[in-house]
Design a protein. Structure first.
Length: 451
């Protein structure tokens, strides 16, 4: 990184950033209170409250959102007449999954091979630390030239919409000229990237019932309808032979025209086993950024260990459907529900329940904020030009903010590059990326203020 005062300040703050991220990662702030104590999320929220107050933020508040979780808000006033920038991150995290699969404890930040491991290091507790670093660097080098609002969500990973509904009920709270969502990531370590599109999503639970109770498979099997077998048939109907998603009436999006994703590199990033084919058709970028994608997230049925020779009377599954920009998530939900009902065999009773939804998002990359970010990233990443990529995941708040503040510019950056393994075991963050992106955000705020 070329020498400049902002970069030098961020570099000097990195030990403090590591210590703070270590404290933040230690909170088991999974917003599923059936699995993890609510007190862990509350403690993480209070840690963020204290951090914002220590930086001079005003009106710092814990917001009790309609889904029963807390988001944290604060305002750092800038010069009179300055623009307002909203910085977003979330402190809730995914469950650690199989803790035995972690090389080190998931809620203990551990440095290994030049990376910092732990749940939330990249997604998205590290994003909050990135915002702090950027603001501290500006304060040490002439001051923060814009009004800064910070919002740190407490249930983004659950998709329960608490902050979206709170924002709709308090539309003045998050109003800003530009919004920086710190929950995306570079296409690759060292390649500065702004995420310009997000797929939307819907999550649905489907339940199939066929019998009043389980039956002996020897006595009744062959004629008695098997609920688990029926569910398997339903789930199979959601994919074509090549693995493409097939929901009746749901069309593909247009081909992806931006940054392309090399197939061999994708296989490496996704850790696809040798000899196993990728699914779908078109380019990898088409498949993960511009087309619908269904995933079976879980099935309730007897485990293999302890299973009895029985015809199952009931079975259920949780399904995620990602939809690209140009597709309305509410309409996709209706199509998925109709498909599941139409493809349930044998007259089995089927029930569907939507448990989460978010609209896709597409940014205006011609805006002044994007020009300012490109200039800032060119300094933070010498010799590299800012790229535009899509992201297959969803951040439902983006569309809520775009609807509430149609004149606001929205940029998505962050620490979740492929090596970060977000949502998987052994999630990690690159401290070099944290440092460079903090510099980029600080320089962006300065450049944008002057534009």
């Amino acid at each position: 990184m070329s020498s400049n005062p902002v970069a030098e300040t961020v570099a000097s703050l990195m030990p403090r950033a590591k210590a703070e991220l270590t404290e933040l990662v230690a909170f088991k702030s999974v917003a599923d209170f059936g699995q993890f104590p609510r007190t862990e999320s509350e403690a993480a929220a209070n840690w963020i409250v204290a951090a914002l107050r220590a930086e001079g933020f005003q009106d710092v508040a814990l917001l009790d959102t309609p889904d029963g979780t807390q988001s944290v808000y604060g305002l750092l006033p800038g010069p009179e007449g300055a623009k307002t920038v909203l910085l977003y991150a979330h402190y809730d995290v995914q469950p650690p999954l199989d803790e035995a699969g972690w090389a080190t404890p998931p809620f203990e930040l551990t440095e290994r091979d030049g990376r910092w491991y732990g749940r939330g290091t990249a997604d998205c507790k590290g994003g909050f630390i990135m915002h702090l670093l950027a603001l501290r660097a500006l304060k040490a080098n002439g001051g923060v030239p814009v009004h800064v609002k910070v919002i740190v969500e407490g249930s983004e990973e659950q998709g329960t919409g608490g902050l979206e509904r709170y924002a709709e009920e308090h539309p003045e709270l998050l109003a800003a000229d530009t919004i920086v969502i710190g929950d995306a990531g570079n296409f690759r370590v060292g390649l500065p990237t702004v995420t310009s599109t997000l797929r939307g999503m819907t999550m649905m639970r489907v339940s199939v019932d066929t019998l009043a109770g389980n039956l002996h498979s020897g006595q009744f099997g062959g004629a008695a309808p098997d609920a688990l077998g029926a569910l398997i048939r339903v789930l199979d109907s959601l994919r074509a032979e090549d693995g493409s998603t097939t929901v009746d009436g749901l069309a593909d999006g247009p081909a992806w025209e931006g940054l392309q994703y090399d197939e061999e590199q994708f296989r490496k990033d996704a850790k696809v086993l040798d000899g196993v084919a990728l699914i779908g058709s078109g380019t990898v970028a088409d498949r993960i950024w511009a087309r619908p994608a269904v995933t079976v997230l879980g099935i309730d049925c007897p485990p293999v260990v302890g299973a009895t020779p029985s015809v199952q009377s009931s079975a259920r599954a949780l399904i995620s459907l990602r939809v690209p920009p140009g597709v309305d998530a509410a309409e996709a939900t209706k199509l998925l529900q109709a498909h599941l009902e139409a493809h349930t065999p044998w007259g089995a009773r089927v029930r569907t329940e939507q448990i989460g939804q978010g609209q896709p998002f597409s940014a205006d990359t011609t805006s002044p904020a994007y020009a300012a970010m490109a200039e800032a990233m060119a300094v933070a990443y010498p010799g590299q030009e800012m790229s535009y990529a899509g992201q297959g995941g969803s951040i439902p708040l983006c569309n809520t903010l775009a609807a509430l503040y149609p004149s606001a510019e929205i940029l998505l950056i962050g620490l979740s590059e492929p090596e970060a393994q977000i949502h998987a075991v052994n999630e990690s963050v690159s401290p070099e990326e944290l440092e460079r992106l903090s510099v980029a955000e600080a320089l962006f705020l300065r450049t944008y203020a002057a534009s």
